[in-house]
Design a binder for this molecule. Structure first.
Ligand code: VG1
Ligand code: CO
Length: 543
């Protein structure tokens, strides 16, 4: 089989963001756009010859096309073997586990995560390294540099591989193994959690709804929750991954999973509700009459993890992204374990996890995970919750209230202004940065500001740094406002404003979140002049 070398010209916009290269499908469909990026990636991975590459995706539109391209290019570039999920399916945490379990060189995950799919939607390509985690910036920067100079790519001329059935194929001398996307992952979950206790809970009438949002978690949740744990059929809804996610927006938040929220707040609410996103790494947790904010969920999972067999020995430490609330910090303090604050994006947790310094990590954007893989893991969070509910024999609401009574409550909300003009967004952030010295000096409304900076991170494991990771303004009572621009959007800019207020143990923990934060929301607008500059009345998404 001859390897063909095809001439190409570079694109100047192949810079991976918070989580891979993410663009409109139509953008990816430009001539050689996919090939350029994949070749730039392979060119930036010394030592890949003869090694195993894992490939899979969340089933969105264009997945099938890109998987075949990636297989042909992997063969031409000298990989020894490709492992690909049946039907092209692998969740992000599932792919992370496969890479680790089979000691693969790395993996390509095709997903734009929570962004909408379909021909008019978004597409994305992520690369995960041999530890199973998202490529660190060292690699993504190299890929970007390479993509600006690329002149040719390599490919073999072979027919499409049939991904519909399990088995091994050969593509130009390279083995392509089509694997069950769920089996290894389900087995891993069984080592971490007390499946018998959870199954008993379902057998005694515990009711749950899991909304897979027509995305990748469907087959995983069906096999584990209904299959192994014996929840009644119909517990998992929207379980078949569709190329356009059933025309939905697979982002498990209070806007796009509103039906689930309404069900859990309604008269016939089940005990527990959960959802996951496009690629299966996020989770939404709602108890009967109790929405659990992701930041609280991180703190609660860390505080109760020892109730699950996989964490019975306790956890080494916790890490959270900077905009995530400080609720988890209080748990770490009480447990006397390490606590780390990292920039947004799972790639920053990898070194801490590899070094064994932290066991549980989380982000306010509904991502939680542990050292079992190197990605956030939606279903893992749901199963840990179920394990905790089974062990404590209490409802979600009761557990959350007890947590606040012990640690205090961090009222928390994120306000997103989506698809705003990029120039306006950049100016807003620049002006905000320029204002910081003055704010530190004078405070605001007579309140002392103890922190006003643009977050920089020094990785304690490898000494790498990341700067300009978000403007934070903090007050002495634990109140904090954070401003940053999204790195996952594909149209214009998205401004994220994160607002947090701490109410100590014994304080008023029953207030409505938006009401409890209303003065800070107004203050954020005054400091950054958001409404005036964006010409918007308010945020497009409130979580
Ligand atoms: C968002 C979230 C971040 C998350 C990232 C990827 O990034 O804020 O916490 O890690 O999405 O999640 P940004 O830059 O738009 O704020 V996913 O589920 O897209 O892999
Ligand atoms: Co995701």
């Amino acid at each position: 089989m001859t390897i063909r070398t095809i001439a190409t010209t570079p694109y100047d916009d192949q810079k991976p963001g918070t989580s891979g290269l993410r663009k409109r499908v139509t953008h990816f469909q430009q001539p050689n756009y996919v090939e350029n990026f994949i070749q730039s990636l392979f060119d930036s991975l010394p030592g890949h010859e003869g090694q195993t590459l894992v490939i899979g995706g969340d089933g969105r539109y264009f997945n099938d096309t890109v998987i075949q391209i990636a297989i042909r290019m992997a063969a031409a570039n000298g990989f020894g073997k490709v492992m690909v999920g049946q039907g092209g399916i692998l969740s992000t945490p599932g792919a992370s586990h496969i890479i680790r379990h089979y000691a693969a060189f790395g993996g390509i995950v095709l997903s734009a995560s929570h962004n909408p799919g379909g021909p008019e939607g978004d597409f994305g390509i992520k690369y995960n390294a041999s530890n199973g985690g998202p490529a660190p910036e060292k690699i993504t920067n190299a890929v970007y540099e390479r993509s600006r100079q690329i002149t040719e790519y390599k490919v073999v001329d072979t027919p499409d591989v049939d991904l519909s059935a399990l088995g091994v194929h050969e593509v130009a001398g390279m083995a392509v193994e089509v694997i069950d996307p769920v089996a290894d992952y389900a087995a891993l979950m069984e080592t971490l959690f007390d499946f018998d206790a959870i199954a008993d809970m379902f057998a005694s009438g515990f009711r749950m709804r899991f909304d897979a949002m027509h995305a990748v978690t469907g087959p995983y949740a069906k096999a584990i929750i209904e299959g192994r744990l014996g929840a009644p059929e119909g517990t998992v809804i929207n379980a078949v991954p569709l190329p356009d996610f059933g025309d939905g927006h697979p982002d498990p938040n209070l806007v796009y999973a509103k039906d689930l929220y309404d069900l859990l707040m309604g008269p016939d609410a089940p005990d527990f509700g959960a959802a996951s996103d496009g690629d299966g790494d996020r989770n939404l947790i709602i108890g009967r009459n109790r929405f659990v904010t992701p930041s609280d969920s991180l703190a609660l999972l860390a505080a109760n993890a020892h109730l699950a067999p996989g964490y019975a020995k306790g956890i080494a430490g916790i890490a959270r992204s900077m905009p995530t609330s400080a609720a988890a910090d209080r748990v770490a303090e009480k447990l006397g374990i390490e606590m780390h604050e990292t920039p947004t994006g799972w790639k920053f947790f990898g070194n801490l996890l590899d070094a064994g310094r932290v066991t549980i990590c989380g982000e306010e954007s509904a991502g939680t995970g542990s050292d079992h893989v190197r990605e956030k893991d939606g279903l893992w969070a749901v199963l840990l919750w179920l394990n905790i509910l089974a062990a404590r024999k209490q409802g979600v609401d009761e557990i959350v209230r007890e947590h606040w009574a012990t640690y205090g409550r961090n009222y928390y909300s994120r306000h997103d202004y989506e698809e705003i003009d990029t120039a306006v967004a950049n100016r807003l952030m620049d002006d905000l940065r320029a204002k910081l010295p003055e704010l530190r000096e004078t405070g605001i409304d007579g309140r002392e500001i103890i922190l006003a900076d643009d977050f920089s991170y020094l990785d304690p494991v490898d000494g790498s740094t990341a700067s300009k990771q978000g403007v934070r303004i903090g007050f002495s009572d634990g109140t904090r406002i954070v401003f940053r621009l999204s790195g996952t959007g594909t149209v214009g800019a998205t401004l994220r404003v994160y607002i947090e207020r701490y109410e100590p143990a014994g304080g008023a923990h029953d207030r409505d979140t938006q009401e409890a934060l209303s003065d800070l929301i107004a203050l954020a607008d005054r400091i950054a002049q958001i409404k005036a500059r964006t010409e918007r009345d308010g945020p497009t998404v409130v979580t």
